[in-house]
Design a protein around this ligand. Structure first.
Ligand code: XMP
Length: 511
C-alpha cells in the first residue's frame, strides 16, 4: 500500500484518488500518526500532502524523522516539500503573496520523477502556495523551476526522496498523471493491481472486523449512495443489518418500486418500509416557507426513523452514505488530528440522539467512484445512473403550498422529463434534470376555450459536484417534446418554461 499523510490540503483526497486510478491501494492517515503505527502499515511509499500551515510557524505540523528511516520512497507535495526541506536543512522562505493558479514549469535537470513529460519546457502546472524552498537540502538536485519559484521540484535519488512545489494531482497540471506514475512505478516499484473489486473486498472485510456481531441500521433513500452502503454491509454482516426506508409521500413517480422493489427482489435484506406519507403531508399542510419545509421534513424524518430504529434491539451502528465532498475538513491542526465532519444533512442529529457510532464506507470516494462500486456490485444502470434527488424530495420542487393534487401534477410532469431524457443519452450527460411546479397560474387557450392553469419550469443542469452548475444546452427538439407532452398529457398545466440560470448565483433546486 501507499500511505498518504494528510497535512490538511484540500487536495489530499484527490491524491488518493489519483493513486487509486493508477491501480494502487492507498490510505490516508493524519500527519500526526505515531511512528510505530506508520511502520506497522509497511507502506511501499509515502506521499506528504500539501497543507495550509507554514513550516516557519512554531505550531506547524512537523515531520517525524523516523519516517525517513523507513527506507521507503517519499514524495512531498507543496507543504510536504517545504517540510522535507525544512527538516533536512534546506531553507524555506515566506512569500509576500500567495501564488495561486497556473505556472510554467521548466525542467532543468534530468530526473526519473519528471521522466517522459511531453516537453522539456513550458509545462503548465497548478500552484497554490505561500512559502517556497529557497535552498535545497544537501544531497538534493533541483530538477525544475518556474518564473517565480526557483525550486519547483527537487530530488535525492540516493535516498529516494522527491518533492514538488506544484500539485500533480489536480487536473490543471499537465502530465500530473505521468509524474505520479513515475513515482509509483519507476521509483517505488509498486505493482498496479488494485481495482474496484479490491475496494469491495477490502471494505467488506474491514466492515466485518469493525462491526463484529453488533447490529447496524441504515437509512435507504432510494439513491445510489445509500443503496451501495446497504449492499456492502449486507455482504459483510448479512442479517445483522436492518435497512429502513421512509416513504415520506414526496417521492417521484414509481421511485419506491424502482429502487426498493429491486432490492427486495434481488437481496435477502432486512428491509423495513415505513409508510409515513400522511404524517409528512399533514405537517406540511399550509407551509410555504422553504426553510420551514426543510426543517419540518428533516425533523419528522428523524422522528420516524428513530421510532423504527427503537424497535430493533442492541443497535450499535448507523451506516451512512457520506461521500468525500460531504467531508468538509480533514484535519484540524489546533485541535489535533480529529476529523471535523459535516453530518449528512438528511439524517443529521441522529447519531447523537440515538447514541450510535457511525459507519461510513464511502467516505473517501467521489460520486463517479461510487458508481464504479455499484457496477462492481452488479446494480442495474437505472440505479447506477439515477440523478441525485434531494432528501426533502418533491416538497422543494412544489413551490408554495404542498397539496396532494399539486404533488401529483408535478409527478406526472417530472415523469415526462425523466422519460424524454432517458430516451436519449442526455440523461447520463446531465447532472440533474427535473420539473418544478410554480405557484402561479397563467392564461392559455385550448380548443376554443380559455384556460387558466399551472406553469411547469424545467431545471436541467450540468455539473461535476453540484457546487457549481450551468444550465444544459439541451437540443431544442428534446425541449419541444418535453413541453408538448407535458401540456398535452398533464391535466392542469398549460405552460412550460425553461430555467436558464447558473449556480452561482442561483442554486440547482428552487427552494
Ligand atoms: P442546490 O439547490 O443547493 O443543490 O444547488 C445542490 C445539490 O444538492 C441537492 N440537494 C439536497 N440533497 N438533501 C439532499 O440530500 C437536501 O436537503 C438537499 N438540497 C439540495 C440538489 O438536488 C443538488 O443535487
Amino acid at each position: 500500500r501507499v500511505v498518504i499523510l494528510d497535512f490538511g490540503s484540500q487536495y489530499t483526497q484527490l491524491i488518493a484518488r489519483r493513486v487509486r486510478e493508477a491501480g494502487v491501494f492507498s490510505e490516508i492517515y493524519p500527519c500526526t500518526i505515531a511512528p510505530e503505527e506508520l511502520k506497522a502499515l509497511d507502506p511501499k511509499a509515502v506521499i506528504l500532502s500539501g497543507g495550509p500551515a507554514s513550516v516557519l510557524d512554531a505550531d506547524s505540523p512537523g515531520l517525524e524523522r523516523s519516517l525517513l528511516d523507513l527506507g521507503v520512497p517519499v514524495l512531498g507535495i507543496c507543504y510536504g516539500m517545504q517540510l522535507l526541506s525544512h527538516s533536512l536543512g534546506g531553507k524555506v522562505t515566506r512569500a509576500k503573496d500567495r501564488e495561486y493558479g497556473r505556472a510554467d514549469l521548466e525542467l532543468i535537470a534530468p530526473s526519473v520523477l519528471l521522466d517522459g513529460l511531453r516537453s522539456s519546457h513550458s509545462h503548465k502546472v497548478w500552484m497554490s502556495h505561500g512559502d517556497h524552498v529557497e535552498t535545497a537540502p544537501e544531497g538534493f538536485t533541483v530538477i525544475a523551476r518556474t518564473p517565480s519559484v526557483p525550486i519547483a521540484a527537487m530530488a535525492c535519488d540516493e535516498k529516494r526522496i522527491y518533492a514538488l512545489q506544484f500539485h500533480p494531482e489536480v487536473a490543471h497540471t499537465d502530465d500530473g498523471e505521468i509524474i505520479l506514475h513515475n513515482f509509483l512505478f519507476k521509483i517505488a516499484n509498486v505493482k498496479p493491481g488494485w481495482t474496484m473489486a479490491s475496494f469491495v473486498e477490502s471494505t467488506v472485510a474491514d466492515l466485518r472486523e469493525k462491526i463484529g456481531d453488533a447490529r447496524v441500521i441504515c437509512g435507504l433513500s432510494g439513491g445510489i449512495d445509500s443503496t451501495v452502503v446497504a449492499l456492502l454491509l449486507h455482504k459483510a454482516i448479512g442479517k445483522q443489518l436492518t435497512c429502513i426506508f421512509v416513504d415520506n409521500g414526496l417521492l417521484r413517480m414509481n421511485e419506491r418500486e424502482e429502487v426498493i422493489g429491486y432490492l427486495e427482489r434481488h437481496f435477502d435484506l432486512n428491509l423495513v418500509t415505513v409508510d409515513a406519507a400522511e404524517r409528512f403531508l399533514s405537517l406540511l399542510a399550509g407551509v410555504e416557507d422553504p426553510e420551514k419545509k426543510r426543517k419540518t421534513i428533516g425533523y419528522t424524518f428523524i422522528e420516524v426513523f428513530d421510532e423504527e430504529a427503537a424497535k430493533i434491539t442492541d443497535v450499535k451502528y448507523l451506516a451512512q452514505g457520506t461521500l468525500y465532498p460531504d467531508v468538509i475538513e480533514s484535519v484540524s491542526f489546533k485541535g489535533g488530528p480529529s476529523a471535523v465532519i459535516k453530518s449528512h444533512h438528511n439524517v443529521g442529529g441522529l447519531p447523537e440522539k440515538m447514541n450510535l457510532s457511525l459507519v461510513e464506507p464511502l467516505r473517501e470516494l467521489f460520486k463517479d467512484e461510487v458508481r464504479k462500486v455499484a457496477m462492481e456490485l452488479g446494480l442495474p444502470d437505472y440505479i447506477i445512473w439515477r440523478h441525485p434527488f434531494p432528501g426533502p424530495g418533491l416538497a422543494i420542487r412544489v413551490i408554495g403550498e404542498i397539496t396532494t393534487e399539486r404533488l401529483e401534477i408535478l409527478r406526472q410532469a417530472d415523469r415526462i422529463v425523466q422519460q424524454e431524457l432517458l430516451a436519449t443519452d442526455w440523461y447520463r450527460k446531465v447532472w440533474q434534470g427535473f420539473a418544478v411546479l410554480l405557484p402561479l397560474k397563467t392564461v392559455g387557450v385550448m380548443g376554443d376555450d380559455r384556460t387558466y392553469e399551472h406553469v411547469i419550469a424545467l431545471r436541467i443542469v450540468d455539473s461535476i459536484d453540484a457546487m457549481t452548475a450551468d444550465w444544459t444546452r439541451l437540443p431544442t427538439e428534446i425541449l419541444a417534446r418535453i413541453s408538448n407532452r407535458i401540456i398535452n398529457e398533464v391535466k392542469g398545466v398549460n405552460r412550460v418554461v425553461l430555467d436558464i440560470s447558473s449556480k452561482p448565483p442561483s442554486t440547482i433546486e428552487w427552494e
